[in-house]
Ligand binder design. Structure first.
Ligand SMILES: *Cc1c(COP(=O)(O)O)cnc(C)c1O
Length: 432
């Protein structure tokens, strides 16, 4: 296969990988195919994917129902601009999202990535108040350990100390960080913060129940309900960033449901297309949308990504939503419950290992938080390469090793993933 080697060796010096020190990183693994829970490598090995390709591939890879829908769509209408023109896949998807989401979250703005979905939510929130004559309400409250994206506006909403964006701190808008109100004192403090700054605050943004890329931190439904209630009292919009938790990952279709919270705006992406094509949605409640209706062009939402509502991506999302319906006898939420039980049982053994600070599980999310008292920095490179030696694809970041497998994973395969975590962390414990 001299041909294969040519494009590989010629191509590698031309790509720039994400979150990677290119001077020292070990070479990336070549993938030749995916199927179900498996990633096939160029050297013939297969890895079990424990993180669903950045939390997207909830039904596993190459699901025949999604593939067929995308192929059908490709033959008739791969793309058309979405200004002044609409199409069936987007209208069907918007209708279905409105029906699935709680309350009157019913007006859908499509984009192509999570970060942009959050940017649109911020524009909606700020302009909502401007359109209502309260232009001074412009600032956003976010929480410690938050992650809302990599673009400039979203970087300003990521944890300033632990986030990956400290480098840009001086160039970012100054937003307001709060502690998650997880106990009585913190609730009083959060209330005071909104009382003090409320007149300048457009919205509070939260990752409901599980904060993802900021460290897989988990909070309970009462905390989320308190945040929503405080927002209502202080006349501040609530933006739920369910880009990670949406579509069953937390155990419910949307994490907000567990707290019976209806946010004013919700952001969705990652598992929206079942990991097949890029797509995101920012969905607003009726009263938010109503604030943009006026006999005034300047009151309209001025945003429009070139590829918004791409028909292929919308077709993939519709097919992915089919797989959540009982008629497709693919009981996703029951699968998540079974994964949760197995993760709880099998990751618990990590808790007593040296160098393990905490074990947390919520829905189909399992996290083992490492401590670095003894050994200095956590050697992520060593852990990552050990995992691929053990036949699994896991990519710990910061101080967490986490699992977010496809919902279709078998008990046996999930057992291999949790065993790999125990093995690698037991070996690490011996070196501390
Ligand atoms: C991944 C993620 C984003 C950013 O999505 P991209 O598609 O990577 O831009 C935003 N918020 C949360 C909670 C995420 O998990």
């Amino acid at each position: 296969m001299s041909d294969a080697r040519d494009w590989l060796t010629e191509g590698l010096p031309h790509i720039w990988l994400p979150y990677t020190q290119m001077a020292t990183a070990s070479p990336p693994l070549l993938v030749t195919a995916t199927q179900g829970t498996r990633i096939r490598l160029g050297d013939g090995r297969e890895l079990i994917d424990g993180i669903s390709s950045w939390w997207t591939a909830c039904h596993g890879y190459n699901h025949p129902h999604i593939r067929a829908a995308v192929e059908r769509q490709l033959a008739s209408l791969p793309h058309v601009m979405f200004a002044g023109l609409v199409h069936e896949p987007a209208l069907r998807l918007a209708t279905r999202l409105a029906a699935l989401l709680p309350g009157d979250l019913e007006r859908v703005f499509f984009t192509e990535s999570g970060s942009v979905a959050v940017e649109v939510a911020l524009k909606m929130a700020i302009q909502y108040w401007r359109n209502k004559g309260q232009a001074e309400k412009q600032r956003i409250v976010y929480f410690r350990h938050a992650y809302h994206g990599d673009t400039f506006a979203t970087m300003a909403l990521c944890d300033p100390e632990e986030g990956m964006h400290t480098l840009f701190a001086g160039t970012l808008p100054d937003q307001i960080m709060a502690e998650l109100p997880t106990d009585e004192n913190l609730r009083r403090a959060f209330d005071l913060l909104l009382a003090t700054h409320g007149e300048r605050v457009a919205a509070v943004i939260v990752e409901p129940l599980v904060q993802g890329a900021g460290g897989m931190k988990m909070h309970d439904a009462q905390t989320l309900a308190f945040i929503a209630e405080a927002c209502r009292r202080h006349q501040v919009l609530l933006i739920a960033d369910e880009i990670m938790t949406g579509f069953g990952r937390s155990g419910r279709m949307f994490a907000c449901e567990e707290a019976a919270v209806v946010p004013d705006i919700i952001c969705l992406s990652k598992a929206l297309t079942g990991g097949t094509l890029p797509l995101a949605a920012t969905v607003a409640r009726r009263h938010v949308f109503a604030a943009f209706l006026a006999d005034d062009p300047a009151a309209a939402l001025m945003h429009g990504p070139t590829y918004m509502a791409n028909p292929l991506a919308c077709a993939a999302a519709n097919a992915s939503l089919d797989l959540f319906e009982p008629s497709h006898n693919s009981p996703c939420l029951a699968q998540v419950a079974a994964i949760e039980a197995q993760l709880r049982a099998e990751l618990e053994a990590c808790r007593d290992l040296a160098g393990v600070a905490d074990v947390r599980v919520k829905g189909a999310i399992g996290a083992v938080e490492l401590s670095c008292q003894a050994g200095g920095a956590i050697d992520l490179h060593a852990l990552r390469s050990r995992f691929s030696e053990l036949g699994v694809w896991l990519r710990p970041f910061g101080n967490v090793v986490y699992l977010m497998p496809p919902f279709v994973i078998s008990t046996g395969e999930l057992g291999i993933l949790t065993a790999a975590v125990r093995t690698a962390l037991t070996e690490r414990a011996r070196t501390l």
